[in-house]
Design a protein around this ligand. Structure first.
Ligand code: FES
Ligand SMILES: [Fe+2]
Length: 402
């Protein structure tokens, strides 16, 4: 096969609308570098829930590509982010994924930083060495109704629109008062876009996810879905929740803002929530007084997606590790006063999305293998892959941003 020597601009120009991406978008390390600069480091990425870091000194680390942020509750009780890079000679400072400290000690030569990121001790440095010049570098951290987001730029897009427009929908589930009941990482040996594109479409659900397809209606035709949608809406008021008509799931954003979205979809009649048999797995959330037979989708930016049932929330975060490896992090959230073993059981809570994500991982890896073949050629999207089509259009648009 002849080597494809087209520039990125030429490649984008030759991309056929309504078709999957050209091969090099998945395989070319130079395009990945461009994505880091134009997309990955410019987007807010979900890093967990504020309840995971209740006390000053509580921290967790979020890794995205080559970057890692230490998110720590500071001495003033606020959440801050710092690049996990020592100001001496650049070692990682914090090697643990999460925990509690009263200071961070670099494992290389022992420079010490307090929980506000300030350098407090460095042995044997010259007399004119001023510690205040060597604080850890800040990384942007934002909180939206309890959800922690990180952005690896000093000039991140605003979260205000998401905070405002999703406030009512998030209040239904009382997002600020959730807690993380379980968290799992799935490393997927495939380019990050393949992982997210798969999440964007449910064309594959009927073939790849028999468990999911039994209860979720996204793969139904319009008419059948509408009927179920109507019966859910009728039940919503009786279950104490408002019917909020925001039906958009959008990666694209207003200028200077993160893209965000919300929609609520009916489950099949006998299913109350996303579980093995459709039965409850945790106490009802927020405003719910009963199960209304629906599930809400939230999206925040290009990497973070949440699925909110009446009794729990599942948060999906897709991040690149390298250009050919991605990570899918899943958080299962329940109400903060729910007790493990009494009110919920982690295995029952996580069953559906664990099994579904393992199946997704397998199909994404198969997809990646085929996409690397010399015989791969972009193929046409079905009507059910509309969100994916929009997603890749957005990617191409961002890559062309100045
Ligand atoms: S690199 Fe951290 S103390 Fe030297
Ligand atoms: Fe899937």
């Amino acid at each position: 096969m002849k080597e494809d020597t087209r520039s990125v601009a030429e490649l984008i120009a030759s991309q056929k609308p309504g078709y999957s991406l050209e091969q090099r978008f998945y395989t070319d390390p130079d395009i990945y570098e461009l994505e880091i600069e134009k997309i990955i480091n410019r987007n807010w990425i979900l890093a967990g829930h504020a309840s995971q870091l209740p006390e000053p000194g509580d921290f967790k680390v979020l890794k995205v590509g080559r970057e890692a942020a230490i998110i720590v509750r500071g001495s003033d009780g606020e959440l801050n982010g710092f690049a996990n890079v020592c100001r001496h000679r650049g070692s990682l400072v914090c090697l643990d994924a999460a925990g509690h400290v009263d200071k961070f000690v670099c494992p290389y030569h022992g420079w010490m930083y307090d929980i506000d990121g300030d350098l407090i001790a460095a042995r044997n440095m010259p007399d004119d060495f001023d510690k205040s010049d060597f604080s850890l570098k800040p990384v942007s951290v934002g909180v939206v109704h309890g959800l922690i987001f990180v952005c690896f730029t000093d000039d991140p897009p605003s979260l205000e629109g998401a905070r405002r427009d999703l406030a009512e929908a998030m209040a239904m589930f009382d997002f600020p008062n959730l807690k993380v009941a379980a968290q799992k990482s799935y490393e997927i040996p495939a380019n990050w876009k393949l992982s997210i594109e798969n999440y964007q479409e449910c064309y594959h659900c009927a073939t790849a996810h028999p468990e999911y397809a039994r209860m979720h209606t996204l793969m139904l035709d319009h008419k059948k879905r509408e009927r179920l949608q109507g019966s859910m809406q009728a039940k919503m008021a009786a279950c104490g929740v408002q019917d909020i008509f925001l039906d958009f799931l959008d990666t694209a954003a207003r200028p200077g803002e993160i893209g965000y979205g919300y929609s609520r979809t009916a489950l099949f009649e006998k299913y109350k929530t996303g579980s093995k048999d459709g039965g409850p797995v945790a106490p009802l959330l927020g405003e719910f007084t009963d199960y209304d037979g629906g599930a809400s989708d939230f999206s925040f930016g290009a990497f973070s997606f949440l699925l909110a049932y009446s009794d729990h929330v599942v948060a999906y975060v897709f991040t690149p590790i390298e250009h050919h490896i991605s990570n899918c992090e899943i958080y299962w959230l329940v109400r903060s006063d729910a007790k493990e073993g009494e009110d919920y059981d982690v295995d029952s809570l996580t069953w559906l999305w664990d099994i579904t994500t393992q199946a997704d991982k397998a199909i994404i890896v198969n997809n990646s293998k085929g996409v690397h073949s010399k015989y791969y050629q972009p193929g046409p999207f079905s009507g059910m892959e509309e969100p994916e089509r929009k997603y890749i259009e957005w990617i191409l648009q961002e890559l062309q941003r100045p």
